[in-house]
Design a protein around this ligand. Structure first.
Ligand SMILES: *[C@@H]1O[C@H](CO)[C@@H](O)[C@H](O)[C@H]1NC(C)=O
Ligand SMILES: *[C@@H]1O[C@H](CO)[C@@H](O)[C@H](O)[C@H]1NC(C)=O
Length: 408
């Protein structure tokens, strides 16, 4: 018996006695995650690859899993097999398959079972910037997956990359999106879903709620382990006040993902009326419908920088920036002026000028009313704790000690 499991059992017993299983404050199932930014200048434009992902998310059909930029994102070290080999996987709420083998070859152990099923886990928009994302077929295995310090999931379905992939920075993806996103990925049984890591943790009795919580923080260095993923509950040490929940939107295609309704105001001006969009750990920037973006650009006086493609402001205009407010349910989540800019210490890492002030708000490429009018990427999630609750079909947010930090 692993210590983490006995600790959990003790905790669950204590909670059952207390008669409440609503919130596990200190879940033993926490996983540190590292944010990494490794965009090779001249070959990968961060905004371009981010936009390709957003385009794929918008065009979602069952079985079509969006592209992801492996050069930027939050990475979890996940063990597979017995003895476990560690793979570095991108934490992705926008897809639900877990796969390995892109850079570190998958090592078969006594727990590895080839199911004989081809699995298609990445659907892309062809190729762009020299990166091909299409026709990546993997072999399905079931294997033992180890999370954190000895937390074991048995018979977890994983895709194993057999041939070339476009990933050079990470070994694959840890998909923590809704299970239905796996529909269509088993090529021979397209009507079958694949139980996700979260589903299996729940069905194997390891967690008592199908909940995943994400703690990110604004980052000013290229690589740092400053995030945390919690399965089965929330970690009260990572947020301030209480978590407010909002239901998963009923509007398609946002409803396929961790989709919610929100409206956005810049200062006191509404730039996006209440509409559906998604929260996504696999997208870097913030995307809003074209009409909202146009209003934001003119209100901020920003111009488009030809090198990075991002909006850029002078320091005088930066000093005049107003809050960008996200109205979700009955709460308002505020991105301060500092939270609306790209960390200046990382400007040159995205091909920008060290002295420029780039904004993180971008154009989603279509007018509002398309059922996917915003993507709150991790530059948003670095300011708020987020909770993805499958059983109650809702997403929660809370403030953190970094919400108003002037780190950028
Ligand atoms: C950065 O990316 C390049 C390829 O794109 C890779 O060769 C290199 O190992 C990466 N560096 C880190 C620290 O991940
Ligand atoms: C979200 O907004 C749509 C219309 O924009 C509305 O029909 C729906 O009831 C709202 N709430 C949810 C939970 O979908």
């Amino acid at each position: 018996m692993f210590p983490a499991v006995s600790l959990l059992t003790t905790l669950l017993l204590a909670l059952s006695i207390a008669g409440s299983l609503v919130e596990v404050d200190t879940s033993p199932i926490t996983l540190p995650i590292a944010r990494r930014l490794n965009v090779s200048k001249g070959t990968t434009n961060l905004l371009q690859s981010d936009k390709a992902r957003v385009a794929a998310l918008k065009g979602s059909q069952t079985g079509s899993i969006p592209v992801i930029n492996d050069a930027a994102g939050y990475i979890a070290a996940v063990g597979v097999g017995s003895p476990a080999k560690t793979y570095n996987l991108i934490v992705d709420t926008g897809s639900s398959n877990t796969w390995v083998g892109a850079t570190t070859p998958y090592v078969k152990t006594s727990t590895s079972v080839n199911t004989g099923q081809p699995v298609s886990v990445i659907y892309g928009s062809g190729s762009f910037s020299g990166m091909a994302y299409n026709d990546i077929i993997r072999t399905e295995y079931t294997d033992t997956v180890t999370l954190g310090k000895g937390l074991i999931i048995t018979k977890q379905s994983i895709g194993v990359a057999s041939s070339s992939t476009s990933f050079t920075n990470v070994d694959g993806i840890l998909g923590i999106g809704p299970e239905d996103l796996t529909l269509g990925s088993l090529i021979k049984s397209p009507a079958k879903t694949i139980p996700t890591i979260t589903e299996n943790l729940f069905s194997q009795g390891t967690i008592s709620q199908k909940v995943v919580s994400v703690s990110f923080r604004p980052t000013t260095s290229q690589e740092t382990t400053n995030g945390e993923l919690t399965f089965g509950g929330t970690d009260a040490t990572k947020y301030i006040g209480s978590i407010a929940y909002t239901p998963i939107t009923t509007t398609k295609p946002a409803s396929t993902y961790w989709g919610i309704n929100e409206s956005i105001t810049y200062g006191s001006t509404t730039i996006l009326s209440s509409t559906a969009g998604i929260v996504d750990t696999g997208t870097t920037f913030l995307y809003i419908a074209t009409d909202a973006y146009t209003k934001y650009q003119s209100a901020t006086g920003a111009t488009v920088d030809s090198t990075t493609g991002l909006l850029v402001v002078s320091s005088a205009k930066y000093n005049a920036l107003k809050n960008l407010n996200f109205n979700i349910g009955s709460e308002t989540y505020v991105l301060t002026p500092n939270a609306q800019i790209w960390p200046r210490s990382l400007n040159t890492h995205i091909g920008g000028s060290s002295t420029a002030i780039y904004l993180i708000v971008n154009d989603i490429g279509t007018p509002s009313g398309q059922g996917m009018d915003f993507v709150n990427g991790y530059t948003f999630l670095e300011r708020f704790y987020s909770v993805f609750d499958t059983a109650n079909s809702r997403v929660g947010f809370a403030k953190t000690s970094y919400t108003d930090a002037t780190t950028n």
